[in-house]
Ligand binder design. Structure first.
Ligand code: FES
Ligand code: FES
Length: 159
């Protein structure tokens, strides 16, 4: 039997308090309770990486967590990165380097790569491949994504 719990958390810099069922997945909470639809759900069992968010600054698969586990924690979703008028450098790079087709996997890639680039400002191709090995793209190969990460690193280094 599912029970109800009140949780408090910070999402994209805003404080939220919600009452949720114990069985509610964090991915569903983000999408349906908070209406942040940028976090996508593909496989719902931890394989594809589409649902990746930052949980206390670390990339996590939100389909593998319950909403109640986020109580007292801080989450960032893809909506926190940039705006259509002012894209995050990584979003800009994905656009310039044609690193997306349908875009379904893109939020997950971005949320895996943002902390990676913070820790690896000058990444090698091997490091980039390793950083995205938990994210699947069903549309295309990965070469343009790798080119986009290199481009973003260059742009961010140039300030
Ligand atoms: S939807 Fe979470 S890993 Fe695929
Ligand atoms: S761009 Fe379509 S799934 Fe990756």
């Amino acid at each position: 039997m599912s029970t109800m719990h009140t949780i408090k958390l910070k999402v994209n810099g805003m404080d939220y308090e919600r009452t949720v069922e114990s069985r509610l997945l964090l991915s569903d909470f983000i999408r349906h309770d908070l209406c942040l639809m940028g976090t996508h759900v593909g496989c719902e069992h931890g394989l594809c990486g589409a649902c990746t968010i930052l949980f206390d600054g670390l990339p996590m698969r939100s389909c593998l967590m319950f909403a109640v586990q986020a109580n007292g924690h801080e989450i960032r979703t893809v909506e926190s990165l940039g705006t259509p008028e002012e894209l995050h450098p990584l979003q800009e790079a994905f656009t310039v380097k044609h690193a997306l087709q349908c875009g379904f996997c893109t939020p997950g890639f971005l949320m895996s790569l943002v902390p990676f680039l913070e820790n690896h400002p000058n990444p090698t191709e091997e490091e980039i491949r390793e950083a995205i090995d938990g994210n699947l793209c069903r549309c295309t190969g990965y070469q343009n994504i790798i080119e986009a990460v290199k481009y973003a690193a260059e742009q961010m280094a140039a300030g």
